[in-house]
Ligand binder design. Structure first.
Ligand SMILES: [Ca+2]
Length: 455
């Protein structure tokens, strides 16, 4: 096995425990001076996924300071859960967004380091000047401190900021807001990220632990389904192939994972063997539907999902309808011969593998089909489906959502997501969860470096 190279997309960690000021723990940050009072503000915050709060500073009327705002972030206490950990010698970068309703204001950014005993190593001193120029009123401005080498003895990191009005106004009552703190490894500050964003997660509790955006070894590792656990349930996210012959609903009681599955019930008027036929990727007639599954002509793909039926003997299968970029059908649907299963009310993992994408295809619809074994025409038969996956390659990994990491985003989103977890050891380096290769039906294979960008 080859030692790992640079991932297709690297892991990003935001070390700030309450980066978006959503929880507003007192130890997450606060005023750096008695001249300023901080509070959580639920009316002013940066636009963003789930964002609903910022931290606000209000200057005391009696404040003699030239500053109208002064904040810090990161607990000053080494033992606090909301400390921002650092390692001596490493390089980090940090930044935070600040907004104030005054024209031509300016500010400075500072860094602190403390040791495990709480002693300050670098004082309350300007480390990096965020901006000495004019900042516009009512606009989120990012203060940046990059390429910071952590000093010897340091254990925790703190970031501070001061705001000043160019005209030296000292009336009191001035306000300032701050939101979305990013603290990352490396010499460059990365775009803001927290565990609430699609494809990301929290190491522990939301808004009180570090955020992780997992690495992606190659595009082949992505689950292309946008709503793999059928959780969104809105806007025709999944579509019944024929509502007259089989009813479809979201079942919050019987499910494989998450909060719901899709339940299908065969009506008494159904002449065929199908209990139900559901597109898990949305209606094929809409080429702008967010759940469409993108493919490239000539590539090999595989799909899988969990099926369940109330009958003792039943069948599961898939069908695929190919579409061009305008959502026009290409050729005829590819229907898998159904597979016979036995056992009532037991979840079964079923795959459709080694499928070559035809020429002219831009995306396809994936239909999950449950059916009765032979000639049953009573009606009322019930089946459920949940937790689907579509990947590159000739084999489909055996996905069990109970093994999936909490960073999996169960809701519909317009972002591709990695799946796992798997870890590989090559004798020298442990490949992390997201760096493994494709599954060949027996074991995960070494990474195919042909589709990895090495830098
Ligand atoms: Ca926020």
């Amino acid at each position: 096995m080859t030692a790992i190279g640079t991932p297709f997309l690297p892991t990003v960690i935001n070390r700030s425990p309450d980066p978006s000021m959503e929880l507003y723990l007192s130890s997450s940050g606060g005023s750096n001076n008695a001249n300023f009072v901080t509070s959580q503000d639920l009316t002013v915050f940066r636009p963003g996924t789930g964002n609903k709060a910022s931290m606000k500073s209000t200057r005391n009327a009696a404040s003699p300071s030239a500053s109208f705002a002064g904040f810090y972030w990161g607990s000053p206490v080494y033992g606090a859960a909301n400390r921002i950990p650092v390692t001596p010698g490493e390089v980090i970068s940090a930044g935070v967004y600040v907004m104030a309703p005054y024209a031509n204001w300016m500010g400075q950014i500072h860094v602190w380091f403390r040791d495990t005993a709480g002693a300050t190593l670098a004082g309350w001193q300007p480390f990096t000047v965020g901006s000495t120029g004019a900042i516009a009123a009512n606009q989120w401005f990012r203060f940046v401190a990059e390429n910071i080498t952590v000093p010897a003895g340091a254990a925790i990191f703190m970031l501070g900021m001061n705001g000043n009005l160019a005209s030296g106004v000292t009336v009191g009552g001035e306000v300032c807001y701050m939101d979305d703190l990013m603290v990352n490894s490396g010499p460059t500050l990365l775009p803001y990220m927290d565990g609430r964003q699609s494809g990301c997660g929290w190491i522990g509790q939301p808004d009180s632990s570090m955020s992780v955006q997992p690495a992606l070894r190659s595009p082949a590792q992505m689950n292309r389904l946008m709503d793999s656990s059928l959780e969104s349930g809105v806007g025709n996210a999944q579509v019944n192939n024929n509502p007259t012959l089989f009813t479809m609903s979201y079942d919050t009681t019987v499910k494989h994972s998450g909060t719901q599955s899709i339940k299908i019930v065969r009506t008494t008027a159904t002449p065929g063997a199908q209990i139900g036929n559901v597109s898990v990727s949305g209606p094929g007639t809409l080429n702008n539907h967010p759940n469409k599954i993108w493919v490239t002509p000539g590539e090999t793909i595989s799909a899988g999902g969990w099926f369940r039926c109330a009958l003792d003997s039943w069948r599961a299968g898939f069908s695929l309808s190919w579409r061009d970029i305008n959502s026009v059908l290409v050729g005829t649907a590819l229907t898998q011969p159904s597979v016979l299963y036995s056992g009532a009310n037991v979840w079964v993992w079923h795959t459709f593998e080694n499928i070559i994408v035809p020429a002219g295809v831009a995306f396809f619809n994936l239909n999950a089909i449950a059916s009765v074994p032979s000639g049953v025409t009573v009606g009322g038969e019930q089946a459920w489906i949940d937790d689907f996956i579509c990947v590159s390659g000739a084999k489909c990994p055996p996905v069990d959502r109970s093994d999936w990491r909490p960073i999996m985003v169960p809701k519909q989103s317009n972002m591709i997501r990695p799946f796992g977890p798997w870890t590989q050891y090559d004798g020298a380096v442990t490949q992390s969860l997201d760096l493994a290769g494709q599954y060949d039906g027996a074991a995960l294979q070494p990474v195919d470096l042909r589709d990895v960008s090495i830098v």
